[in-house]
Design a protein. Sequence first.
Length: 507
Amino acid sequence: MDFLYNHLLSIILFFPALAAVLIIFLPSGEDKLARWVAFIASLVPFALTLVLWTSFDATNAGTYQFEESYVWYSTINSNFHIGVDGISLSMVLLTTLLTPLAILASFGIKEKVKAYMMLFLFLEMGMLGVFLSMDLLIFFVFWEIGLVPMYFLINQWGSENRNYASLKFMIYTVGGSLGLLLAIQLLGVLFGTYDIAAITEGWTALTSGTVMGMPVATVKTITFWAFVVAFAIKVPVWPFHTWLPDAHTEAPVAGSMILAGVLLKLGAYGFIRLVLPLYPAESAHFAGWLAFLAVMAIVFGAFGAYGQWDFKRLVAYSSVNHMGFVLLGIAAAAKAYGTESAHIAMNGAILQMFNHGISAAAMFFLVGVIYDRTHTRDLKKYGGLFPLIPVFGGMLIFASMSSLGLPGLNGFVSEFLVVRGAWPIMTGFTVAAMLGLLFTGAYILKGVKNVLHGPLNEEWAHGDHKISDINFREVVVMLPLMILMLSLGLAPAWLLSVINNAVTALF
């Protein structure tokens, strides 16, 4: 038991990769076995995360716990250093929850099943590594590891334009990573270590002099924007968002679930974990620009979603809209660092990351469910399906209202906190964001109306095309997400208290 507790984070992190290696040795052609091995293996990190959650000292959520540190690259003083605080713990819980649900949603995959399941497990390891890293170089390694499995998931199991979408995804994210790597290398060389805590302390204290022959202020500004652009692409923030709708549209259903549910959160997590602590002065100075980009994402994301007739593309643009609220909360917290309003806005941003993760995963899954039955995502070809698929219809309305931010469901709590926190700090930007919130309702209702209401499209009522309701396996995928949507809407304190304790201690 002591071994488990002393190495809990390492086991959570690397167990998916070990399971992926095990799948290689399964008999070829045993696709059903590969699916179940991957699913059961993905439940182990989730179960261990529940152990981690119950053992975590929530009153000291701003302090890293369960730390592990091992020499990794002694020549440059980079260590395999991992730990978890209240912010990263919420993201680890989200990742380990959504991964088994996404794998369960993938049971319909029939081609190259072993490779597909292995990639999903490697992807889980990459995402977890980002959230657990306390060393900048290790952070970057896991950041890049997460790109490769998603590229192949889109490229090999995506739809018609998958080659274009996967290449665009890779070019955008790798392009942003180049600046990130150079900034990390500069900090590592400057301080002789890649430990995030040590670099943060030294970098924030360095206010005068020169670095590489340039004034410190200039170098800080350059590296600040290197971090910001890399993370903004990942969020994604307007105008770096154009890779996202294509990637979502072409990705397999489970790929879209994880892409929206977790991968987008890596960028927002980078802002919270690295940009604000390393660059408090620069973050405050450029907070207006960050807020501007956030509002553009909120407004244009909503307009873009409303203009779509491809159901999956509509949901994809909605992610740009919802993640804009995350960046707005971060910008407000950067502008008024340490104030009560900043704490409220940051609480809302982190909770919105979690809430959007479960709501977006549910929406993409439901789009996949109806596509599996109709082989179309054209909203004009649905219509009046509620009487034919009432269980699916009820779940779609529930998830849509969560995404809309209906009071009583999870989306309302986090978006309200962002708006409440940002209002005293950035009133003008907050008012502008309300325009996007208005059109959020418009595109959500457009999707629900065209799928479930209006005149019945008789094509789906008779003959070979008769549509069937959601099945048991699909209900099992949706049920945990719906429970979380409701519980976080009615009683969010179980998660929000942990986040708040970390935010008030750190910001």
